[in-house]
Design a protein around this ligand. Structure first.
Ligand code: ADP
Length: 299
């Protein structure tokens, strides 16, 4: 079983002709409200593929929290670990301009209160999990507590997004650490100013994770482990909206590792899931079933 520990946000999206400058007001489209947040996205992506998935997260006792719980349940996610508290559900205020560029303000809300004590209280969920997947839209100390409470044969997968420096204890637990190019740059700092993604993967691996995956958008991904670096091809698709592709990739990879696939095979499958997710608009709304992944060209 897969446990996702992470964020749940309501994405509030308004289309604008151009984004406002300081002190300026612009008129935009009608408001669209979508369930989002990296943790909630990953859980829905995995469950839609058929994975037995649970989510450990925090939402508020408000409409946004209910929207998130509903979308998790509709996808088949076990929501016993979705804690409802007094703090408001996290919100992402997103403006999108006609070229598709967006500006985002996030109010973490309840996500900031998902604490180490919540991880300890979720011991039975953790111990029932072969793979635990986390991101960084929750407090880092909560992620540290997850690493300290992994079951003996449990595997930990981390997408460090939004990126920040990671303690050695967390890095050492990652199998794999999954980063896109931006996250790789932040975590490596100056170390990747020059060099190719394959070099970044090697340098990241030297920082302590048991394995590393670098996602490269339409170029697929790189997998680095003690066995070396290999390239995972992507699937050629007409990209409509890449929102949430990385979350779908990570969820699919984590699930497949839990079913016993090796890292390269799991990453190749995850690349197909990511490709399928970019062919439709939205994040959670774009996530494919296993049958849809199998139906992609080259499957
Ligand atoms: P993020 O969404 O975190 O920025 P990427 O853009 O690297 O991550 O996308 C994650 C994965 O989704 C990629 O490794 C790839 O498998 C798939 N993907 C993303 N964009 C495309 C695309 N345009 N065509 C095919 N696959 C894509």
């Amino acid at each position: 079983d897969l446990l996702v520990v992470g964020s749940a946000n309501a994405d509030l999206v308004i289309g604008v002709e151009r984004r406002p400058g300081p002190g300026e007001t612009v008129l935009g489209s009608d408001l669209a409200v979508h369930p989002g947040g990296k943790g909630a996205n990953q859980a829905v992506a995995a469950a839609r593929l058929g994975a037995r998935t649970a989510l450990l997260a925090r939402v508020g006792a408000d409409d946004h929290g209910r929207l998130l719980l509903e979308s998790q349940r509709a996808a088949g996610v076990d929501t016993v670990g979705v804690l409802v508290g007094e703090d408001p559900t996290g919100v992402a205020l997103i403006t999108v301009d006609p070229s598709g560029d967006n500006s985002i303000v996030v109010s973490p809300g309840a996500n900031a209160r998902l604490g180490p004590e919540d991880v300890r209280a979720a011991g039975s969920l953790l111990h029932a999990s072969r793979v635990v997947s986390a991101q960084l839209e929750i407090p880092l100390e909560t992620v540290v507590e997850v690493v300290r409470n992994l079951p003996p044969d449990g595997r930990f997968v981390l997408n460090p997004s939004p990126p920040r420096p990671l303690p050695a204890e967390v890095l050492a637990a990652c199998d794999p650490l999954i980063v896109n190019e931006h996250e790789a740059r932040v975590i490596l700092g100056d170390a990747c100013v020059s060099g190719e993604p394959a070099d970044w993967a090697r340098i990241l691996l030297a920082k302590g994770p048991r394995s590393v995956v670098v996602t490269l958008g339409a170029q697929g991904a790189l997998v680095a482990s003690a066995e070396g670096v290999s390239r995972v091809p992507s699937v050629r698709v007409d990209a409509v909206d890449t929102t949430g592709a990385g979350d779908a990739f990570t969820a699919a990879l984590a699930w497949r590792l839990g079913t016993g696939w090796d890292l390269v095979r799991a990453a190749a499958y995850a690349a197909r899931v990511g490709a399928a997710a970019v062919t439709r608009p939205g994040a959670q709304a774009s996530y494919p079933t296993a049958a849809e992944v199998d139906a992609l060209d080259g499957g």
